[in-house]
Design a binder for this molecule. Sequence first.
Ligand SMILES: [Zn+2]
Length: 165
Amino acid sequence: MRYIIDEKSTLTITEEAIVQINMYRQLPGKNESGGVLLGKIRKDLSEYIITDISNPTRFDRSGPCFFIRSRKSVQPIIDKLWNESKGEIIYLGEWHSHAEKNPGPSSIDNALLKKSFRENKVFGNILFMIIIGTTGEMYVGCYKKGDKKMYRLERMRVDDPEKEL
Ligand SMILES: [Zn+2]
């Protein structure tokens, strides 16, 4: 799936990453779950590609309406993919589930990406957030360094050949 970031760049989320995130759709009575988004950036910054996600770990803290990812348990996964890909696969943001059909970010979710800029090595000045709803509906947000909060990315229309190139 492809999304429009701005006039110069797009975000692609691979089918594999979408399938994996969908495995963690929140069932009634269950807690939120989440992890990090990993992927590549084209050298000219025209395309960001989310290729991998990290799975929830037993060190995360969560409830029906909150999720706090364990930092320590995910860092080795980020480092491993970075090494294996010779520095191509990097940290691109965060994902988590919400107990709502049409998910949207909370104020805590907005604050999280700001904090992520401070705590992670970020290439490019953009981070993403995917929130998966109970039936598979996804919120895809983008946060640019220095902005007040993230904004929702629009799906790119497949019947728009000019933009598909
Ligand atoms: Zn949230």
